[in-house]
Every structure is written in C-alpha cells, then in structure tokens.
Design a protein around this ligand. Structure first.
Ligand SMILES: *[C@@H]1O[C@H](CO)[C@@H](O)[C@H](O)[C@H]1NC(C)=O
Ligand SMILES: *[C@@H]1O[C@H](CO)[C@@H](O)[C@H](O)[C@H]1NC(C)=O
Ligand SMILES: *[C@@H]1O[C@H](CO)[C@@H](O)[C@H](O)[C@H]1NC(C)=O
Length: 322
C-alpha cells in the first residue's frame, strides 16, 4: 500500500495464557493418616508447585515459537524507482511486477537476472497500483483507495478488463489456481470469486489470538498464503482455512545488509514471488535496489513473550479514507 509514517508501535503485549485453576487438585484428608493419603499430599504439593512454576514460566520466560530465519541464495538488481506493490514469478526467469504512486504506477514484465524492464504498461495518473496476481492468462490488479481493479493480458500487458471488489481497499492479491485471495490493510484475508468478485469467505488473521493488521502483498505457496505485513520486515505464513499464522519469516537481515552497503531512501519490505517449479522464493521492497532469492531456516525455540509481536505486529494504520 501507499506511503505513510510508521510512528505507531504495537501495544505492550498482554498475558497470552490464562492461569490454570488449582481448586480441582485439592483433596480432603480423612481422619486417619495412611500412606496413600501422604502420597496424595505429596502429589498435591507437587502439582501446585508445578502449576506455580509453569505459570511463572509463562509470565516471565515465554513460549515455544516456530519461526524462520533466512539466508540469501542469490541477489538480483531491482529497479530502485519501482515502488513495488505486487510481485510474481511467471516462467523463464521473468517477473511480473505492479508499482504504485500517483503518476508512476505501472504493470511490468521484468527480467529476473538483470532487473531490466522488458515491457511496461503505464497506468493512468489517477491510479495507484497495488497487488497483482496471475490466474490463467489474466493478470488481476487492485488499486489503492479505490474498489476498482484491472485485468491485463499476461503477455502484452494490455488492459482487457476492469472490476469492482468488495474489500475495504485494495492492497494485496494472490490466487490458488481457482480463487483470488485479497488483503485490504486490515487483518482480514478475503477469498474472492474471480468471475463475480463476490467474497466467498473471509478470515481474521491471528497470531496467538491477536489480530495481525496491515496485511499487504500476498503470495499463495503450497496451500498457505504468505503476507507482507506493512511496516515490518516479517512475512506471515497464513493458513487460509482459519486465518491462523502458522509461522513467521524474519527478514530483518535484508534491510540491515542494504543499510550496511550504504543504501538510503528505501521504503518498506514488500513483494513475494514464488517459482513453484524450482521452488525458489523471491522478496524485495519498495524502492529497494535489490531483489533476493531466499532460503528458509526453520527454528523452533522458546522466545521471551512478545518478541515476535514486537518485531512483526503493529496497530492498524489508517490511510486516506477514514
Ligand atoms: C519461455 O521460453 C521458451 C523457450 O525460449 C519459449 O518457448 C516460451 O514461449 C517462453 N515462455 C514464456 C511465457 O515466455
Ligand atoms: C516517478 O519516477 C521518476 C523516475 O522514474 C521520478 O523521477 C519521479 O519523481 C517519480 N514521480 C512521482 C510522482 O513519484
Ligand atoms: C494483447 O493480447 C490480447 C489477447 O489477450 C489481444 O486481444 C490484444 O489485441 C493484444 N493487444 C496488443 C496491443 O497487442
């Protein structure tokens, strides 16, 4: 989505787990003392002790978290003037990309290896390009602060249609080969009929019971919807069935690398593309001079509570319309 300040920070994390009740572990002792009663007493004390220890553990230490760190397999040039809003891989080392900003919005065919723009459709100055997805031989694109989307021929990028959708706004698009998935900057993931543009279903995306707002560029990968979250260097892996975040991909090292190399003026991480045949994952950002092929390294460990929330979740940002 569009430009905006990122001043807002996520709320202080609250208690994520409720305390188990201890009432049920109490036992009434009869008037005589026997070995079983003593044993029960010891057991009861043990259970209470464990409950106290584990509730403190939840409060102070954290919980098991699955997340993924990434390493860079390849880096490619990326147009540093492309305000990337939609990205996908389309055979033969070719990317299709949608860019934003009024007066500079476009749909382009880009050579992966060189970053060179091979074909460009310039959008009207009044349109702000957003998410893009390829379904069959048609490219679907949404626009910012409008309910209007465009359909293009995948080969020559000429506009062949227009549609109106029922999301609050147009941010991200993906598809599973049949239906569209859309995001509008809220925590809702929409499943949309590509013929009627009616909403088939909606899921509120949640991590540990908390809504994940600002869902942005989307990609459908192996049954999951991967989403850039606006303003953070994290990708949420979402189960489209129930909206649960099943994992996080942490990409803070990419920005750090660009900054260490002296790059300035880059905007947010945005853009996920997947080459299903060769199982390659590509990511970039708005005005980033590089596009990265990344490899995931799954990690499962106990993190201090709130770490992922602080890194990857923000309050909902409101732009333009409210
Ligand atoms: C990919 O390259 C092959 C061989 O050059 C060509 O036949 C095919 O049409 C290309 N596909 C696309 C989508 O450009
Ligand atoms: C559009 O991009 C060009 C560079 O390609 C840049 O010079 C210009 O300032 C941009 N315009 C807007 C409205 O962002
Ligand atoms: C682009 O391709 C479509 C077919 O999807 C065709 O109808 C149209 O004439 C082509 N446009 C140009 C400019 O070649």
């Amino acid at each position: 989505m569009g430009r905006g300040s990122l001043k807002k920070r996520h709320n202080k994390p609250q208690n994520f787990k409720s305390q188990p009740s201890m009432a049920s572990s109490r036992r009434k002792a009869k008037s005589y003392l026997t070995i079983p009663v003593l044993l029960s007493a010891f057991l009861a004390i043990g259970v209470i002790g464990l409950l106290v220890i584990s509730s403190n553990k939840w409060r102070n230490i954290g919980y098991m978290t699955s997340y993924e760190m990434v390493s860079v397999v390849n880096e490619f040039p990326h147009d540093p003037e492309a305000f990337t809003q939609g990205l996908l891989y389309a055979e033969n080392d070719t990317l299709l990309e949608s860019t934003g900003l009024y007066g500079n919005s476009s749909v382009r065919k880009v050579a992966l290896q060189t970053g060179k723009v091979k074909l460009l459709h310039k959008m009207a100055d009044s349109s702000f390009g957003e998410g893009l997805t390829l379904l069959g031989d048609r490219l679907f694109q949404v626009t910012w602060l409008q309910n209007i989307g465009f359909i293009y021929d995948r080969n020559n990028l000429s506009q062949v249609g227009k549609f109106t959708h029922r999301m609050e706004d147009g941010w991200g698009l993906a598809n599973d080969g049949k239906d569209l998935f859309g995001s509008d900057g809220s925590s809702t993931l929409y499943q949309i009929d590509p013929q009627t543009f009616e909403v088939i279903s909606k899921q509120v995306v949640k991590y540990n019971g908390h809504e994940v707002h600002n869902l942005n560029e989307l990609e459908f990968i192996n049954g999951e919807v991967w989403a850039n979250v606006y303003g953070v260097d994290c990708i949420a892996r979402i189960s489209p069935r129930d909206g649960k975040v099943v994992g996080w991909i942490l990409l803070q090292n990419l920005r750090a690398g660009l900054e260490a190399a002296g790059t300035t003026g880059i905007d947010v991480l945005n853009g996920i593309a997947w080459d299903g045949k060769q199982n390659r994952i590509f990511v970039t950002g708005k005005l980033w001079p590089k596009l990265y092929e990344i490899k995931l390294h799954p990690i499962k460990k106990t993190l201090e509570k709130g770490v992922i929330e602080k890194l990857c979740m923000r309050e909902r940002l409101h732009f333009g319309r409210s």
